[in-house]
Design a binder for this molecule. Structure first.
Ligand SMILES: [Zn+2]
Length: 279
């Protein structure tokens, strides 16, 4: 069994066939956690989870790119973000559902800064809302899914800022989702007690750094995820991703570490269950 610890079947890309996509995963013994990025997608993640007795969970929160109105052009798709203020009560209510296993995705995104906005005040606002969600997670005893994206010129600076902030929230269980930094920084996160989550990027030929991280970081600190509909692993690169494809991530990690697929599946599943308190 595997757990896709970060996926978005709650997004519009799965509007037509989300049920089939989830059934396909569950049939293959793959559990999944749908992650919200603002109120609407968080609510949808909770509603989807409510349809299943077991195996489908939700994480609710406000993503840093949804703090501003912005046009986002990702390689896979384009969309407009809508400005939302973080309302603690709204997310507290959502998180009271027993299927909600975490808060997020929240964090810092220096890559998507809206045009015409002052860099410094954007960063300040992101940090403020990140801190609010860390406090909420602490209050509710939920894990936190951290989004972090640096700029082309400074890909690692954002991780240092995340670390500076996390040091003020000792005891908060958290995972750095879609980790793309270097081994040294990953080790610093682990020393802080955080987990590192690996996506399908690890299967890409040119992703040497992520492969190095998957190889060097002890399996006990690694989670696997798809981040679907984005980042489909080889051999589906460029197409819509889905939770079932998390097996390609686990296979690649096994290959890089020179261990069996079963060991990767078993250990990463235990890691996820422990972090998110899933039984
Ligand atoms: Zn995501």
């Amino acid at each position: 069994m595997l757990i896709d610890t970060h996926t978005h079947v709650n997004f519009n890309s799965f509007k037509e066939d989300g049920r089939d996509v989830i059934d396909r995963a569950l049939t293959n013994d793959i559990w999944l956690i749908n992650v919200g990025s603002q109120y609407k997608t968080s609510l949808r993640a909770v509603n989807i989870a409510n349809n299943y007795n077991q195996g489908v969970y939700a994480i609710v929160g406000l993503h840093p790119i949804h703090l501003f109105n912005m046009h986002v052009d990702e390689s896979e798709m384009e969309f407009n973000t809508r400005e939302e203020e973080f309302d603690k009560q709204t997310y507290t209510d959502l998180a009271s559902n027993p299927k909600v296993v975490g808060i997020g995705e929240t964090g810092l995104d220096y890559f998507h800064v809206p045009e015409g906005e002052d860099q410094k005040s954007v960063k300040q606002k992101q940090e403020e809302v990140f801190r609010a969600q860390l406090s909420l997670a602490m209050e509710l005893d939920k894990a936190v899914t951290i989004h972090s994206r640096g700029t082309k010129d400074d890909p690692l600076g954002v991780y240092q800022d995340i670390m500076r902030i996390m040091k003020e929230y000792p005891g908060v269980r958290a995972v750095v989702h879609c980790y793309t930094g270097d081994v040294e920084t990953a080790k610093q996160f682990i020393d802080l007690g955080l987990n590192i989550s690996i996506t399908g990027i690890v299967t890409f030929k040119n992703a040497k750094e992520v492969q190095e991280v998957a190889k060097e970081i002890p399996l006990e600190h690694i989670l696997v995820e798809t981040d679907a509909p984005y980042l489909a692993p080889d051999p589906h690169r460029g197409k819509r991703n889905e939770p079932s494809y998390v097996k390609f991530v686990a296979e690649k990690i096994a290959e890089l570490k020179g261990i069996s697929f079963e060991e990767v599946a078993e250990t990463t599943t235990q890691n996820a269950k422990k972090l998110f308190k899933i039984s």
